[in-house]
Design a protein around this ligand. Structure first.
Ligand SMILES: Cc1cc2nc3c(=O)[nH]c(=O)nc-3n(C[C@H](O)[C@H](O)[C@H](O)COP(=O)(O)O)c2cc1C
Length: 120
């Protein structure tokens, strides 16, 4: 599975996810590999950069999902993020507001990594 969300309203899930978030509790993610990507703004929202994918990953991994596709925080400048665990982002962090020129290269690199992580 690949799960994605922008972060909105200062550390919130994008609104389509909010209605569905509690329903995730009804899904058994055991045996599933799950990758995450999000969009955010590291300058404008430096204390909440990419929080949405952190919230999704926390929930889904508590339901048995195995997270793949971790991503280095190198090259980003932010203060706090719920998406950082053990020094890495839980998934691909895209910032179209400040680093749009890096998006294509980041996606290419992440997708290549995912192929390995998913074993395909
Ligand atoms: C009101 C508002 C709140 C936002 N809050 C956050 C936030 O807490 N964390 C974050 O990383 N980005 C935040 N953002 C930035 C958006 O995630 C970013 O602009 C969006 O993902 C870019 O995608 P788009 O071009 O499709 O809108 C916020 C943007 C707006 C307008």
């Amino acid at each position: 599975l690949i799960v994605a969300s922008p972060t909105w309203n200062i550390g919130e899930l994008q609104s389509d996810w909010e209605g569905f978030f509690d329903e995730l509790d009804n899904i058994d993610f055991k045996g599933k590999k799950v990758a995450y990507f999000g969009t955010g703004d590291q300058i404008g929202y430096a204390d909440n950069f990419q929080d949405a994918i952190g919230m999704l990953e926390e929930k889904i991994s508590s339901l048995g999902g195995t997270t793949v596709g971790h991503w280095s925080t190198d090259g980003y400048d932010f203060t706090e993020s719920k998406a950082v665990k053990n020094g890495k982002f839980v998934g691909l962090a895209l910032d179209e507001d400040n680093q749009a020129e890096l998006t294509e290269e980041r996606i290419k690199k992440w997708v290549a990594q995912l192929k390995t992580d998913f074993g395909i």
